[in-house]
Design a protein around this ligand. Structure first.
Ligand SMILES: Cc1cc2nc3c(=O)[nH]c(=O)nc-3n(C[C@H](O)[C@H](O)[C@H](O)COP(=O)(O)OP(=O)(O)OC[C@H]3O[C@@H](n4cnc5c(N)ncnc54)[C@H](O)[C@@H]3O)c2cc1C
Length: 580
């Protein structure tokens, strides 16, 4: 017996909830369900701190938001997508306001906006430094007002069912019981978030393991621009917990071990007094993370048991500003570093934060298979190109979550039955594969956790802030060996109830696919652009690589890379200039 819905949303984060609401609004006759491996309010969106960018009036304009996004992306975004994004983002944030999102305000009652990295105007809306929490809460409560949205909380999707290029549903495990279920659906929207856990040191929650990217890739949908994972310049050492860019937006400084604001040496501006927007600390994330690596090479960072660090200085902001605008930063510092940023320096270092690449989609979320859609961090539309600007992701998941929901609803309303013999046969095979994991005796000595650690180290060493052909080729070989060892591994826990070892095993298999696509695309892109810096090809090469990479999975499991032209509408490629 299988259950069936018209539209199935995989993921209960910001993108998934927004998509489900859009389906319910577009066509109340459709049956829509959300399946999520964690309770929706535990999705990673909840931890977003700094804010959501959208033009809020004043002296700002849609064109300026678009231009900042395009140049921030190192010209690799699609400009038609960016224009749709900046145009619809204000409406989406206002909609949340009407649904109860408590945006911070100016004393006269207007929406308050703050500066953010790479944005030349103040346009980031925020709810103190707990923006994601308030946004997700608002979206979740709104879904509750639609009685017809069915939820499968704590169900883990293991495979996407596809018959002859047409999506038919998914197989999922109900984690509380271990029951394996087929969920038939005419349209599936992947909103499964990013894949930061492919690396060892990340701001990303444990659940961010690239599941949806791998599910789509295995089913025949290509992944786009996977060589561009983003490092954020300010993570707490050891835990990787994020110190939001809002800390620098409010005027924080980055200091090396000599107490020197080292960013002035990296073409990001001078430490002049003046408006915060001209502060070099508000350069884009790729440039700031790269500057850190150079400071390490110059011996100007401080060594700690958790690697070299620099310091973030908020002391000059004073307790009142910190408590009003950055209360969570103060709380995180106290709890995880036992320091008070009002009086002490915060140790920080670059940390993997976000994936610019993802499931290749068009502007309405369509992902290359009939009935498959994607939105949010799992997808690549693409507005982020080679480097996402902070605070563009939250409005992105609203704008394109809504678009994907509407498109999936229209598809499902006119599509025929999704059920077929082939779909049921695939579901049966998947059930056998999962049962086998629970009964197999592994031949190899490897534990899942050890393989995961080795994969993460491989990625950091081979495909980190700087890469070259040698490091990437070595990583590709090591990943191949890890895959072989994974296929011989076994798990100890054979229970059905919340079998976290089985979940970790399936997540590792997804991450191995995602890691392979990152390394393969990075090897092929013989240039430096945004977050992809090749020391053997230090210049941007628009002639050969002003193009998206598309990673296709071949029948033998290998990754083939093709290229797709970038859409340029109004802003021809030029140099990225900051601080001048
Ligand atoms: C610490 C932190 C701070 C951030 N701050 C900001 C910020 O201030 N501004 C900004 O714009 N961006 C910020 N970002 C980025 C932004 O928050 C994320 O890109 C965005 O929230 C992702 O939303 P999503 O809906 O795509 O995915 P998520 O919120 O990650 O949700 C993914 C969902 O997919 C489900 N799922 C995944 N795999 C499976 C599976 N196999 N089966 C079933 N369900 C599955 C999960 O249960 C979850 O519900 C931040 C990110 C981090 C990590």
């Amino acid at each position: 017996m299988a259950v069936a819905h018209d539209v199935l949303v995989v993921g209960g984060g910001g993108a998934g909830l927004r998509a489900a609401i859009a389906v319910a609004e577009a066509d109340p006759r459709l049956s829509v369900a959300i399946v999520s491996k964690v309770y929706p309010m535990r999705s990673h969106t909840v931890s977003a701190e700094g804010g959501a960018a959208a033009v809020a009036g004043g002296d700002d304009s849609l064109d300026e938001h678009a231009y900042d996004t395009v140049s921030g992306s190192d010209w690799l975004c699609d400009q038609d997508a960016v224009e749709a994004f900046v145009g619809e983002a204000p409406r989406e944030l206002l909609r949340l306001e009407h649904q109860g999102c408590p945006w911070s305000r100016t004393p006269d009652g207007h929406i308050a906006v703050r500066a953010f990295g790479g944005m030349r105007k103040k346009r980031t809306w925020f709810a103190a430094d707990k923006t994601g929490f308030h946004m997700l809460h608002t979206l979740f409560q709104t879904t509750l007002s639609y009685q017809d949205i069915v939820r499968y909380d704590e169900w883990f999707v293991t495979s996407l069912l596809v018959d002859n290029g047409r999506v038919g549903g998914v197989v999922a495990i109900e984690l509380a019981t271990g029951r394996i279920e087929t969920i038939i659906a005419k349209a599936v929207i992947m909103c499964t978030g990013g894949c930061g856990r492919v690396y060892p040191f990340t701001t990303n929650a444990n659940i961010k393991t690239g599941d949806g990217m791998a599910l789509a890739y295995r089913a025949g949908a290509p992944l786009k621009d996977m060589e561009f994972p983003q490092y954020h310049p300010t993570g707490l050492p050891f835990t990787g917990i994020l110190i939001t860019e809002a800390a620098r937006a409010e005027g924080g400084w980055l200091l090396n071990k000599d107490g020197y604001r080292y960013l002035q040496d990296y073409d990001l501006g001078r430490p002049e007094p003046g408006p915060v927007l001209r502060s070099m600390e508000l350069g884009p994330r790729d440039r700031l993370s790269q500057a850190f690596v150079h400071e390490v090479a110059k011996g100007r960072t401080t060594d700690t048991p958790y690697g070299p660090i620099v310091h973030l200085d908020l002391r000059h902001l004073g307790a009142d500003v910190i408590d009003a605008k950055l209360p969570f930063v103060r709380e995180l510092c106290a709890r995880y570093e036992h320091i008070d940023p009002v009086r002490e320096l915060i140790p920080v270092r670059p940390v993997i934060h976000y994936m610019m690449g993802g499931i290749h989609t068009d502007l309405d979320g369509a992902a290359g298979l009939d009935g498959l859609y994607a939105a949010g961090e799992a997808a690549c539309v693409n507005i982020n190109g080679a480097n996402r600007l902070g605070s563009n992701s939250l409005p992105e998941l609203l704008v394109f979550g809504a678009r994907a929901g509407r498109a999936a609803a229209a598809f499902a309303a006119s599509a025929g039955d999704a059920e077929s013999q082939a779909v049921h046969a695939q579901a049966k095979d998947e059930r056998h594969r999962l049962e086998k994991w629970l009964s197999r005796q592994g031949e190899g000595p490897d534990r899942i956790a050890d393989l995961r650690t080795e994969m993460q180290e491989t990625m950091e060493n081979g495909a980190g802030i700087y890469r070259d052909e040698g490091s990437l080729a070595k990583a590709a070989n090591e990943l191949q060996r890890l895959r072989e060892r994974f296929s011989d591994a076994a798990i100890d826990d054979r229970s059905r109830v919340f079998n976290t070892e089985l979940v970790a095993t399936l997540e590792l298999s997804f991450m191995l696919d995602v890691a392979e696509s990152i390394v393969t695309c990075a090897l092929r892109r013989a240039e430096s652009r945004g977050a992809h810096q090749r020391t053997d090809f230090p210049a941007r090469d628009d002639e050969r690589f002003l193009a998206h990479s598309l990673a296709h999975r071949e029948p033998d499991g290998t990754c083939r890379v093709a290229y797709l032209p970038v859409t340029i509408t109004r802003w021809p490629p030029s140099e990225r200039v900051y601080g001048r």
